[in-house]
Ligand binder design. Structure first.
Ligand SMILES: Nc1nc2c(ncn2[C@@H]2O[C@H](COP(=O)(O)OP(=O)(O)O)[C@@H](O)[C@H]2O)c(=O)[nH]1
Ligand SMILES: [Mg+2]
Length: 405
């Protein structure tokens, strides 16, 4: 090696060294920045934790059983979802945090069979027509329904024809589209969140086939309503199942809400509602929750019964606000969708409640109910506990559904 050569290679080496050093420094800065951002996020979450703890302490008497879980991924995620909705730290309750992490966990199975695979397929690369085909299959498999899947895919295809769509952007687009599907019937109804109207008797008929979770949902609703200071009453109008009244009484006791029933054999459901309305009028109740029977084998009878109950209400309290809420078991997937279609035809429904979102892989059916039956989802249930029911929020639902990103 000549002197010249060794000089220039030394120079090259030092340049390379400087460059490497520079890169290293940049990387370090980047890491520091990330660490700072992480710290800031943790701080925010920590503040939340403190606020929640404070609230927890002040609620200690009526909420003894609520404990703040581990400060983990779920907690941070819930806090971020709440913050994204513009909620302030001091407005957030421990129940909300708990509920969101529960919902996220509940939708895990749906996510596993849908989103994770989707994310693997999409990766960070731009979307291709092939990845759209995969997405289509995944949406249908998650029980989102053919119509709504078509709508989403067509829109995405159109977008893809016009521009390059990255993986991340594709997910955001998907979230927005899914949300728009669920929001449409809610917007059409003119009511964002279903609550009893003050100054009138609100009667909520809880309908649906056997076993979907009507009685359980009614129990949770009674708790939610009385906790929110609505004078609440329960009518035990499922007079066909021997144990139905006792089951309801247990929920009534838990939520400290009275249950109006008729213990005699083969009591007429409409007669129970008649008694319950008298009681509700006397007590100036805000909300009367009516449990109904759900025998599938004799659907006409069931529909006749519902219309008989409605007639009684119309006659006795013409200005009552009646809601007919169809309870659907998410784990039944497309079968639930069929039930919704058949009930919607003959039962004059005003909304849906989706139950058993915990541990099913078919949470996507909520989207099909919105898109194909045009029913606003009013509440969702994810567990058998008294607090495992919440007013439906499309933002939270879609975030939980696609929670991996
Ligand atoms: N895991 C889970 N189980 C539920 C939920 N809602 C109801 N159940 C269960 O489903 C079963 C049937 O519920 P029930 O309220 O009696 O249904 P009904 O026949 O429609 O009144 C019961 O074992 C409930 O505990 C839920 O959100 N999650
Ligand atoms: Mg029941």
């Amino acid at each position: 090696m000549t002197n010249n050569e060794s000089d220039s290679s030394r120079e090259w080496a030092s340049q390379a060294y400087a460059l490497l050093k520079q890169k290293q420094e940049l990387k370090k800065q980047e890491l520091n920045k990330q660490e700072e951002e992480l710290k800031a996020e943790q701080l925010k979450a920590e503040e939340l934790k403190v606020a929640v703890n404070k609230k927890n302490l002040s609620n200690l008497q009526d909420d003894v059983e609520v404990k703040l879980g581990e400060f983990d991924d779920d907690f941070t995620w819930s806090a971020m979802v709440l913050a994204a909705q513009g909620k302030k730290v001091n407005e957030i309750s421990i129940d909300e945090i708990d509920w969101l992490s529960k919902l996220r966990k509940g939708l895990e199975e749906t996510r596993k069979g849908f989103v994770s695979e989707l994310l693997d397929k999409l990766g960070d690369d731009p979307l291709t027509p092939e990845s759209l085909d995969d997405l289509e299959t995944l949406l249908i498999r998650a029980d989102v329904g053919i119509d709504s899947t078509d709508k989403v895919i067509n829109k995405l295809r159109k977008k893809l024809n016009e521009e390059v769509v990255g993986g991340e952007e594709g997910i955001k687009f998907l979230k927005d589209e899914l949300r728009a599907i669920i929001e449409k019937p809610i917007q059409n109804s003119g009511t964002n969140i279903l609550v009893p109207q003050k100054g009138k008797l609100n009667v909520w008929l809880i309908v649906g086939v056997n076993g979907v979770g009507k009685t359980t949902t009614l129990g949770k609703l009674a708790y939610l309503s009385s906790k929110s200071n609505y004078k609440t009453l329960i009518a035990a109008a499922d007079t066909f199942r021997a144990a139905a009244v006792e089951q309801l009484q247990v929920w009534g006791d838990r939520s400290k809400v009275d249950v109006i029933s008729n213990q005699s054999k083969n009591a007429d459901p409409a007669a129970v509602v008649f008694d319950a309305i008298n009681a509700a009028n006397k007590r100036k109740s805000d909300l009367l929750l009516v449990d109904t029977a759900g025998r599938l084998q004799n659907k006409n009878n069931l529909m006749d019964e519902l219309s008989k109950i409605k007639k009684i209400i119309d006659k006795k309290v013409p200005d009552a606000i009646i809601e007919s809420l169809l309870v659907l078991d998410a784990s039944q997937g497309q079968n639930g969708l069929k039930q919704a279609k058949s009930f919607a035809k003959s039962a004059n429904l005003s909304g849906a409640i989706i139950t058993k979102l915990d541990g099913t892989s078919r949470g996507g059916v909520s989207l099909a109910v919105s898109a194909e039956v045009n029913l606003p989802i009013r509440f969702i249930g994810a567990g058998e506990g008294i607090k495992d029911l919440r007013p439906f929020n499309s933002f939270e639902f879609v975030e939980a559904l696609l929670a991996d990103r």
